[in-house]
Write a protein that binds this ligand. Sequence first.
Ligand SMILES: *[C@@H]1O[C@H](CO)[C@@H](O)[C@H](O)[C@H]1NC(C)=O
Ligand SMILES: *[C@@H]1O[C@H](CO)[C@@H](O)[C@H](O)[C@H]1NC(C)=O
Ligand SMILES: *[C@@H]1O[C@H](CO)[C@@H](O)[C@H](O)[C@H]1NC(C)=O
Length: 341
Amino acid sequence: MRSETSLRRHRARARLWVAVAALVTGTIWLWSSSSVVLFGTHRVQDFVVDELWKTADSNGWRASSAPRTYWPPPPTESESNGYLRVRCNGGLSQQRSAICNAVVAARIMNATLVLPELDANSFWHDESGFVDMYDVPHFIKTLKYDVRIVMSVPKITAHGKSKKLRAYKIEPPRDAPVTWYRTTALEKLRKYGAIYLTPFSHRLAEEIDDPELQRLRCRVNYHALQFKPNIMKTSSDIVNKLRSEGHFMSIHLRFELDMLAYAGCIDIFTPKEQEILLKYREENFANKTLVYKKRRLIGKCPLTPEEVGLIIRAMGFDNTTRIYLASGKLFGGERFMKPFK
Ligand SMILES: *[C@@H]1O[C@H](CO)[C@@H](O)[C@H](O)[C@H]1NC(C)=O
Ligand SMILES: *[C@@H]1O[C@H](CO)[C@@H](O)[C@H](O)[C@H]1NC(C)=O
Ligand SMILES: *[C@@H]1O[C@H](CO)[C@@H](O)[C@H](O)[C@H]1NC(C)=O
């Protein structure tokens, strides 16, 4: 379970890295070509850097999360098909996206959503649950026209005895389509009155052919899920302090042991380091044969700090740029950071 969980997390991060790299490369290409076409000089870079700190033009696109078609209210207690419990897993943002999926899943099944459970044993080794992190009254209120949300599965009274309704446990397929929820999951929900989906990360397809359900996802992520006031206060204090000294950039290099081991990026390390990486890989990830020499060539490796530095430099940022590194422990130590300085 654990290794499956971390594997997914790493796979998602690896994909993210590829996306970031592609985006950055694409952007640089755009600038370099426009500088040639429009200005024909390198002085254009000064102009570009100023632009970079600004909010990008939305080109007429606007936030979209309110329903645009008939959106019936969620079922009442007696109309509900049952209770949906989920246990989110993975890192913080993965669990957040799982919460969005849980709301959508409950909506699809006309189920009552039990406040999602967060995985306390994951990566962060943090015991905080949903109620410790998110503003629960705000969450429930914001989604009141979408799903009915309760704090826990209720007790039921049968034959004069009161007991907690037991949720039927299911491991949903990865990226399950809406039809899975409308058939398999719904059938069990009706039969048992409550289901427990676990693990619940990437268990609803990203692409859903229903814009209203996609909008619901946005409502959860951008409106309903708000950190608790004390967390908001701490984070805005930190950001304000950083901003008071002017523009800054924060970068998560992700040049870390687990990522490098997962991606099989060992070629640039010393024999001793390679041994550490391979051992970690063997102990934590699925046994998949990789051609280590090719991983970097085919774009599967996180960029080295030097490569990240080159990209930032190529964008036009100079040595006055303030950069904060958001990161775990950099693998390979100081020698990889030297060119970055
Ligand atoms: C959910 O409820 C709506 C009406 O409120 C109904 O149209 C829809 O068929 C129901 N779906 C399920 C899966 O029960
Ligand atoms: C791992 O894969 C190799 C080669 O594919 C195989 O020989 C070995 O038995 C596998 N080990 C385990 C533990 O699955
Ligand atoms: C920053 O770069 C300029 C040239 O662009 C150079 O003169 C200066 O010494 C550099 N400063 C540091 C701290 O490296």
